[in-house]
Design a protein around this ligand. Structure first.
Ligand SMILES: [Zn+2]
Length: 1003
């Protein structure tokens, strides 16, 4: 809509403007136009596309094309790609290419979404960034160099490291603790150089800008009104349209702006003011935005002597280039993060660490399935031929899940802060993607097993109930673990590929009364398969001479009431393996203590479910909701009685504790199933021995309850907790007292691990999904597992933003107890063993006996040293060549070319798991010959080292250096990473993440 009536105003302004150039203004205001577009929050992706996203890109491209001086930054790639692929005309695409080439439309961050930083795993952060960057590089030849993390609820110390590795020159964050931000403003500390990894230090430092208290919204300066859902307004007018800039209104606008600019400028060290222009869903009518702002800017710029500042449209890059040229010696911040985040004294944003717990679990399960699918597919493609599987179809299945997993890293997705309909959309995308990868996996198995091709009856008689199990180890280490298969008969025979019986144990399933859990001890080399045949035994007389799996023995201990004092610990029962003796107290049916056998120390330890009660009346007190945790007091026990049984066998002993909310309840509300594995003689099972696996059942909860599992020990911890940033690095969390909200502000996210310790022992908790974690007393650690909250906040009710989560959740934690040096060495690898458990695929048996020797074609294992983790092995299917100059030339020559996906380029990312000085042996740098460690995949032809997301050749990536007050302390003498390998030999230093393109010889 073309604004009318501007011409007279412009003439009038023209008459007022003084002739001649104004003197050089003191301040430069960089107006950075942007639109914050949540990839699902109150509306689905499709609804958002319809209501505003399409309009944003249509009108912004038009307005930028009309006026040279205008700029825009684009952030969320999922939306941009949907517009590019599904909406944009050829003409618009040409305009976008032009704008991007001229630097007027700038892609910042470049991920599919603006990811949450508290509850996401770094694997998924890398994935979503890689997805977006791959598209941008492929399409425009550009590589984002600045971040824009302006809405996530707190800032992690992992993010700056990732962005440095991706080649970024500066990082923007916004939501940090309110009182800290106030202090930083006062001391002009909002900009600093962040050395966010203790081990990588200056090598991966990044200049960081914290948006001031005005955040990313420019209140009072948005003229295009509010988006309405489901779509365009009938009369063409959007609600809440701001009064336009006119002769009458311009003094108001300029004085508002002047105050704002001067206030902001006082918080920064340089005379450059970053002025984010936009907000949520803005620029849906960019012509109104720019037409009004053009006038204000022109007016200010023609009166700079009066205002003492100038204004210009800018990209984020324009702003940072100006700051960088200022030669300020910046202060250095260390590896501490900005979590948790409180927006004011009553609102601690620590509730979302556990909101929608089942969804958080699904998001991580999808991610680990993708991880396994990627390496299975890569191995399969490298091992031609593929009789039944079209690699292009396989890639499509993976791409679908990559997109879905990327999407849910959004800061209103995995956080659980979205409305139920949006949650349904996320779940649907994940489920469809997972289904596709399951189908792909089944095809890979079939492709490799001609004799198992499922032709019923072709190889003999059909044996009802018989199964083949194919088990895949997605980690690049040999693992020894116990897998559990569900069978519907208690009497079975299980044999491996060569027909030998394998150690197994059968017991009644705790989930399905008519089924049985078959525990099987397995050892699988890295990226390899194991095959088992499981056959029912029809009668006890049928004697094949093979030993049967042991049937576990169950002992019932009845119910015990919750004690309110009195004698406990008089009568104990012990569950033993090579590493631990767990004592259970028969007076209470709770855990009593654990004897850690290596250090010969007994640690008193008890576990129980408790609940925080939340206020639900917003008119009386602050409430707990999806985002914030505001308990109305201390946690209270949430049960009155516990029943216990112990199911003992030669492989695993399981302790089952059911917690009843009320004495007469027939169903338990909570349960703990603890498993201790018995390492068979002579087997390698260090990790398996040193863990107590726990699975919980929690729910359904009553209204306004937040459920925790509290583990109390006699460790003298000084109430210091350690919890991780995104599974990558640990943070020390001493308990702090505050005027308000002390319980809630001492909650932290746990993405993969947390621990408490005293001088001798450490208790480590490993999790497979994000939770909240806290230490509310000496020797205690509690994990928030589930939340059910409804309140009467009108805004939440209108938006349907409630957390009436009635589900039953089944979180898993593994407990490691032992001397600090032992648990320090085991923690990361055990965490990965939990995250990437073997994939079990079952197929119905079609012949009487498993065809021997006709299993999948053997591929050699891939085994890395214990401190190096295979972060990813995949075939991205990118359509660009790795030579940058050549890629740009190709893009210029033929912009609409339909390039084919490169199926020969393998993306390999390796990570050193340990911090400097964490372990005398495991923290050492590791030198690998990639040719020999990857021999199992094929013959390596070439190795190229790339930036984190693959878009830079590392030898061509030169990030900006920033002067600092602290001299950098580099590893060795060089500030740059070591030169890329000319040959296949690489040395990986503590905490490094290194990315490679590997080309293998065609088979
Ligand atoms: Zn947002």
């Amino acid at each position: 809509m073309e604004p009318r009536g501007w011409l007279p105003l412009l003439l009038w302004l023209g008459l007022m403007w003084p002739l001649g150039a104004p003197s050089e203004p003191r301040l430069r205001v960089f107006v950075v136009p942007h639109s914050h577009m949540d990839v699902g929050w109150l509306h689905t992706v499709q609804e958002s596309m319809q209501a505003y996203v399409t309009n944003v890109y249509n009108t912004v491209v038009e307005e930028l094309t009309l006026e040279k001086k205008r700029r825009f930054i684009a952030v969320e790639q999922e939306y941009f790609r949907l517009w590019w692929d599904g909406v944009a005309s050829d003409e618009q695409k040409g305009q976008v290419r032009q704008l991007v080439a001229e630097g007027r439309l700038e892609f910042v961050l470049g991920g599919q979404v603006m990811h949450d930083e508290a509850v996401t795993h770094y694997d998924d952060q890398i994935l979503q960034l890689t997805e977006g960057h791959g598209f941008l590089y492929e399409t425009f030849g550009v590589r984002p160099q600045f971040s824009w993390q302006v809405d996530p609820f707190g800032a992690s110390a992992m993010t700056p490291t990732l962005f440095a590795l991706a080649g970024f020159n500066a990082h923007v964050i916004s939501r940090i603790d309110y009182d800290l931000k106030e202090a930083m403003q006062k001391h002009q500390d909002l900009q600093f150089v962040w050395r966010a990894s203790r081990s990588l230090s200056a090598q991966q430092e990044i200049f960081t800008h914290v948006l001031d208290q005005f955040g990313y919204c420019s209140e009072g300066f948005n003229w295009d009104g509010e988006a309405i859902f489901p779509g365009t307004p009938l009369n063409g007018l959007y609600p809440q349209i701001q009064i336009p800039v006119t002769e009458d209104s311009i003094p108001n606008f300029t004085s508002l702006l002047l105050n704002n600019v001067l206030t902001r400028a006082s918080w920064f060290r340089t005379p450059h003011v970053l002025w984010p222009w936009g907000c949520d869903r803005e620029f849906l009518n960019a012509s109104l935005q720019f037409a009004n702002m053009d006038i204000i800017m022109e007016y200010i710029n023609n009166n700079t002597s009066e205002f003492n500042f100038s204004m210009e449209y800018a990209t984020l890059g324009d702003y940072f280039r100006a700051v960088h040229s200022d030669q300020v010696a910046w202060q250095v911040r260390d590896h501490h993060d900005f979590l948790p985040y409180s927006s004011d004294m009553h609102h601690a944003w620590t509730g979302f660490y556990a909101s929608r717990s089942a969804f958080k679990a699904l998001a991580r399960r999808a991610s680990t399935l993708l991880y396994a699918g990627e390496s299975m597919f890569t191995r399969h493609v490298l091992l031609a031929p593929h009789p039944h599987l079209d690699p292009a179809w396989g890639l499509q299945q993976l791409q679908q899940l990559r997109w879905a997993v990327s999407e849910v890293q959004h800061h209103d997705a995995i956080t659980g802060t979205h409305v139920p309909t949006v949650g349904d959309m996320f779940v649907e995308h994940l489920s469809t993607g997972m289904q596709g990868v399951h189908t792909l996996m089944a095809s890979i198995i079939q492709d490799r097993s001609p004799a198992h091709s499922g032709k019923r009856g072709s190889g003999g008689t059909v044996e009802p109930g018989g199964r083949f199990a194919v088990v895949y180890n997605p980690l690049a280490w040999t693992i020894t673990t116990i897998i559990t298969l569900t069978v519907d008969f208690p009497s079975v025979s299980i044999t491996d590929e060569s027909g030998r019986p394998v150690p197994a144990q059968v017991q009644r399933s705790k989930e399905l009364p008519s089924a049985y859990d078959l525990h099987v001890l397995t050892t699988i080399p890295g990226l390899s398969y194991q095959h088992y045949s499981i056959r029912p035994r029809r009668s006890s007389q049928e004697d094949t001479g093979e030993p049967e799996p042991f049937v576990a023995k169950t002992t019932q201990f009845g119910g015990r009431l919750r004690r309110h004092g009195g004698q406990v610990g008089q009568s104990l029962v012990a569950v033993v393996n090579d590493c631990y003796i767990i004592f259970l107290d028969l007076d209470t049916n709770l855990m009593h203590s654990i004897w850690e056998r290596q250090s010969n120390r007994k640690v008193y330890m008890t576990q129980q479910f408790m609940e925080y009660h939340a206020n639900s009346d917003v008119w009386k007190l602050p409430v707990s909701d999806n985002y914030v945790f505001t308990p109305s007091g201390k946690a209270k026990p949430a049960w009155e009685a516990v029943r216990m049984e112990i199911v003992a066998g030669p492989l695993v002993t399981e302790i089952r504790q059911d917690f009843y909310r009320e004495l007469n309840d027939s169903e338990a509300t909570f349960a703990i199933y603890s498993r201790l594995a018995h390492r068979p003689q002579g087997s390698d099972g260090e990790l398996l021995c040193h863990r107590i696996e726990q699975e919980y059942w929690v729910g359904p909860l009553e209204l306004s309850r937040e459920a925790i599992l509290r583990t109390s020990t006699n460790l003298n911890t000084g109430q210091v907790l350690y919890s991780d940033n995104n599974g990558y690095q640990m943070q020390r969390r001493p308990y702090r007292k505050y005027k308000n909200n002390t319980n809630a502000r001492n909650y932290y996210p746990m993405v993969q691990s947390a621990f408490i310790q005293d001088r001798r022992s450490r208790l480590v908790l490993l999790s497979e999904q994000a939770h909240g974690v806290s230490s509310q007393g000496n020797g205690q650690v509690e994990v928030m597992l589930h939340r059910r909250l409804v309140n009467n906040d009108p805004a939440n009710i209108i938006a349907d933003l409630t957390l009436n989560d009635t589900s039953v959740v089944h979180p898993v934690l593994w407990l490691l107890l032992g001397p600090r040096n032992l648990t320090s060495g085991l923690r990361q690898r055990s965490g990965l063993a939990l995250q990437h458990r073997p994939i079990v695929m079952l197929r119905e048996m079609s012949g009487k006996h498993a065809p021997r020797g006709s299993g999948p074609r053997k591929q050699e294992a891939v085994t890395l040293p214990p401190s190096v983790h295979l972060q990813i092995l995949s075939i991205p299917g990118w359509k660009y060549g790795s030579n940058h100059t050549q890629h740009l030339r190709t893009l210029r020559k033929d912009q609409n070319r339909e390039a084919k996906a490169d199926l020969r380029r393998v993306l390999l990312r390796l990570q050193h798991l340990y911090e400097v000085d964490q372990d005398p042996v495991l923290s050492q740098p590791v030198t690998l010959n990639l040719q020999s460690v990857l021999r199992g995949l094929g013959s390596v032809v070439s190795v190229e080292e790339r930036s984190l997301t693959g878009t830079w050749n590392v030898s061509e990536m030169h990030r900006w250096t920033w002067s600092t007050r602290d001299p950098p302390r580099h590893r060795g003498s060089s500030s740059q990473p070591p030169p890329p390998p000319g040959g296949p030999e690489v040395t990986i230093y503590p905490k490094e993440i290194r990315t490679f393109f590997i080309h293998f010889q065609e088979q």
